[in-house]
Design a binder for this molecule. Structure first.
Ligand code: AMP
Ligand code: ZN
Length: 413
């Protein structure tokens, strides 16, 4: 392991240290771990350097250049706006710190790769039950139309929505081999040749890189972009259209992957609202209250507050974060989990007319439609639930226990 202390040309005020920490692993995947170094800067403490550990020797000057750019372009220009709490559950947090380890031991979770997990019962039934509560609330309140979408989404749709230019760090593109006989033959030779066995992983990676092509598709980082794409160029037939869908989502979170808190592949239930400004604003607010009621019915501790997205490498990162926080365009439901940490389990987002414009969606009056979405991270939510209520259904609220028992007996367990 190599260790470097990289001085920052410009210090970072402590209130922005969290924003810096969220992005350091994205600066270079060579960084295995890091620590912020604090120093007095005038009257106040500030981050003056970043201590990084790497497995390979580093070009320290290049690293300093990249960190300096991150700090000057995306961190320091952020005007710090404190998160505003908007709701708090009446339940106190009782947390079981060994939840994740116990899930692995009991085979309730099995790791199949970086940020990738398989699940067993009763976690599967719990996740389905939670999902059905959110889906039923959306159907009851807005008559939300249930839809299913593919995991792949045209990359052009993500470009159009602004996602590509705002979150390049998360993207996982779909690729395949060049569709040509010679290319296939060459590939097969490379992966089965005499040197292939020596370092199979590296050989296959090289062969894939040499023979691959981008297909124009990306593994979806969220569900709602499918919904806007489906209505592109159309006029809505009501003042408020609501669609709900559950789908697999993919975000490469680098070394921020952690337990079930931060995954590379996860499941999202989204409830999407498209319509006039007033209707979308009201729908987001009223659905938020319904979700808070569900959280209390589930006996969970948690709170909700204003939030922002982890924009990265975007010339307007600081401005976007400021606008989101100031205009309260994003709220998050935060649930405590093991280890004294907490996770954002649900986000409530307002996009104004940005996506309506990008996808040319109009209201029945001919105005550009406004959009909003509420996104539930099902593994995160279920993980917070078992951190708080334990892994055994006997400790769960009766309604959840009964629903899980019914679904297991239907499957003959
Ligand atoms: P966002 O679109 O970033 O607001 O994400 C919506 C929800 O998806 C979050 O509130 C989380 O519950 C979930 N989520 C986002 N990223 C991840 C991740 N890397 N792993 C697990 N869940 C995630
Ligand atoms: Zn969304």
């Amino acid at each position: 392991m190599y260790a470097y202390t990289i001085p920052l040309s410009q210090t970072v005020p402590l209130q922005l240290a969290g924003e810096l920490s969220k992005r350091i692993f994205f600066v270079s995947e060579d960084i295995e771990s890091f620590e912020l170094v604090e120093q007095m800067d005038g009257e106040a403490k500030a981050v003056s350097a970043v201590r990084v550990a790497t497995r390979v020797p580093l070009d320290a000057a290049k690293m300093q250049h990249m960190l300096d750019r991150l700090v000057s372009d995306e961190i320091v220009p952020q005007r710090s706006v404190m998160a505003q709490p908007i709701w708090r559950s009446g339940y106190p947090a009782t947390i079981r710190d060994d939840t994740f380890d116990s899930m692995l031991e009991q085979g309730m979770a099995t790791q199949s790769g970086e940020g990738q997990f398989g699940f067993g019962e009763p976690f599967i039934a719990l996740t389905s039950h939670l999902d059905s509560l959110f889906q039923a609330a959306a159907q009851r309140s807005f008559g939300a139309l249930e839809q299913q979408y593919p995991s792949l989404i045209p990359t052009e749709v993500l470009a159009r929505s602004g996602y590509l230019a705002s979150f390049p760090q998360f993207l996982v593109f779909a690729g395949r081999l060049h569709g040509e006989l010679d290319s296939y033959k060459d590939f097969v030779e490379q992966v089965s040749g005499p040197t292939a066995a020596e370092d199979a992983g590296a050989t296959v990676s090289r062969a894939v890189a040499d023979h691959s092509t981008h297909l124009g598709y990306t593994l979806s980082p969220a569900v709602c972009y499918h919904v806007y794409e489906q209505r592109a160029g159309k006029c809505l037939d009501a003042d408020l259209v609501s669609v709900t869908a559950r789908g697999r989502c993919f975000r490469h979170e680098s070394r921020y992957h952690r337990s079930l808190e931060r995954l590379w592949e996860f499941t999202m239930r989204e409830v999407v609202f498209i319509g006039s400004d007033d209707h979308v604003t009201d729908a987001r607010s009223s659905f938020m209250r319904e979700v808070f009621a569900i959280v209390e019915e589930l006996g969970l501790a948690g709170h909700a507050e204003t939030a922002s997205d982890p924009f990265f490498c975007n010339a307007r990162t600081a401005e976007k974060i400021w606008t989101q926080r100031l205009m309260q365009l994003k709220y998050e439901l935060i649930l405590p989990v093991a280890g004294g940490r907490s996770v954002a389990a649900v986000s409530f987002n307002a996009h104004g007319s940005a996506l309506g414009e990008a996808f040319s969606i109009r209201t029945p009056d001919g105005e550009i439609a406004h959009t909003g979405c509420v996104a539930f991270g099902l593994e995160r939510f279920a993980y917070a639930f078992v951190c708080q209520h334990g892994l055994h259904p006997s400790g769960w609220p009766v309604s959840v226990r009964n629903s899980v028992a019914a679904s297991q007996s239907r499957r003959g367990e």
